[in-house]
Design a protein around this ligand. Sequence first.
Ligand code: FAD
Length: 466
Amino acid sequence: MKSVIIVGGGLVGALHACFMAQRGFKVDLYEMRPDIRTLEVVRGRSINLSLSARGREALRRVGLEDIVVQTGIPMYARMIHDVDGTRRPIPYGKKDQYIMSVDRRHLNEVLLTEAEKVPNVTMHFEHKVMECDFDKGTVSFRKNDGSVVTATADLIVGCDGAFSGVRQQIMKKTLFDYEQVFIPHGYMELNMPPAAGDHFAMEVNYLHIWARNEFMMIALPNQDKTYTCTLFMPFDIFRTLTTKEAVRKFFQDTFPDSIPLLGEEYVTETVSTSKALPLISVKCSPYHVKDKAVILGDAAHAMVPFYGQGMNCGFEDCIVFDDLLNKHNNDIGATLAEYTETRSVDAKAIVDLALYNYIEMRESVNSRMFLLRKKLDNFLYWLFPNTWVPLYTSVSFSRIRYHQCIKNKQWQDRVLRRAMYVGVSGLLAVGYCALTRPQYFRLSLPVQLEDFVNRVRPSWLERICF
Ligand code: FAD
């Protein structure tokens, strides 16, 4: 039986353990934190996440889609909150297409429990990775009591997140390209309680967005009828909100309709005393070392959360990896080489798209041109469902490779640009003809305009028109 050490028992590590265990590998999963299933409070990143097609497909493959989806809340559209309190929905796709708000902790617990059901899986909590030897296939971990243990396996998989220890080890030992960016914006989470009578305080099946161009707040619904709101803003603005009065004024000016829903005292107290958290974007390559180690999930491609794809992409990593193991008949060396080659192109594409989508979410949704384009895209998608797949649809509701999603969008932009040039040129030509040959169009022009047109009439346009 081949053996694998998985470092990190977060979302991707726990899912990867399910995949590898179900394939018959002996799995040892090492996680730095205590077992979250035993904790009352779990500190960390976002409380809920949006799950879409790629993530669902991965859960389906390990038999967990239904369990997770049952506890999630579908979101069919964005609900834009304007400053004057107007709310307007912008659908994500067709009527039956939706993303799901799921609870991070619940999802992580379900995955850990599922992995543990397979007898060839052992979990080791409170083990922090210290050092890897990629020639021998060993990893040393420091336990909470300070002691160090060393484990050996055929394959080491780093699923230990954006600040991956395994990645740091790879970086020391191979030719490794690495790029990390902290964007100048941070985030802060707020909890919106249920309204009186234990109802959701806002329309439930939406991802609510307060888009204010330079910054934004979003809210995703939870099963307990609360919303988790996340404020994304430049640190420069967060730094000005250190008193309750400053926060009150800021919310009254920018998100007035959210104040009664969140509670004025709660907002002013929380925002003035909490620290905004940073957002990091990571691109690197290669993802593997010889036939011994590989990194998946945020360890390989942390991204800003604006496309809701970080986890979905990490889950899709597990599918891609599994398919390659099938293709190469469990040959680890061949799998790892092809994995880096194919997956890095797509991971880099979604890291870029995630940055782009921040502008779309906080700014473009306020633009008429953007809304018009969305309508046109949806119409063309309806007309040519296999040819004209809008960008958001291809990213969130399909498994079209991420880099192909970008290529499709670029092609669509080119087609529309050309159609616009042709349309505008046609209109100009018709206008010109109407002015120079008004009799064909049953127009009666004022004498001065007729004189002017005759004087400026260019010969080339004359040849085209008549
Ligand atoms: P992590 O979830 O970070 O898990 C890594 C695990 O490794 C942790 O358990 C950690 O304790 C452990 N670990 C770390 N270092 C060590 C070590 N040295 N030794 C041992 N163990 C270690 N994605 C979506 O798809 N949809 C969303 O809506 C979405 N919203 C988001 C909102 C916010 C505000 C943020 C910040 C992210 C969001 N994401 C979203 C991204 C998503 O959270 C990540 O992509 C996802 O958690 C990655 O999973 P992972 O398992 O790779 O890493």
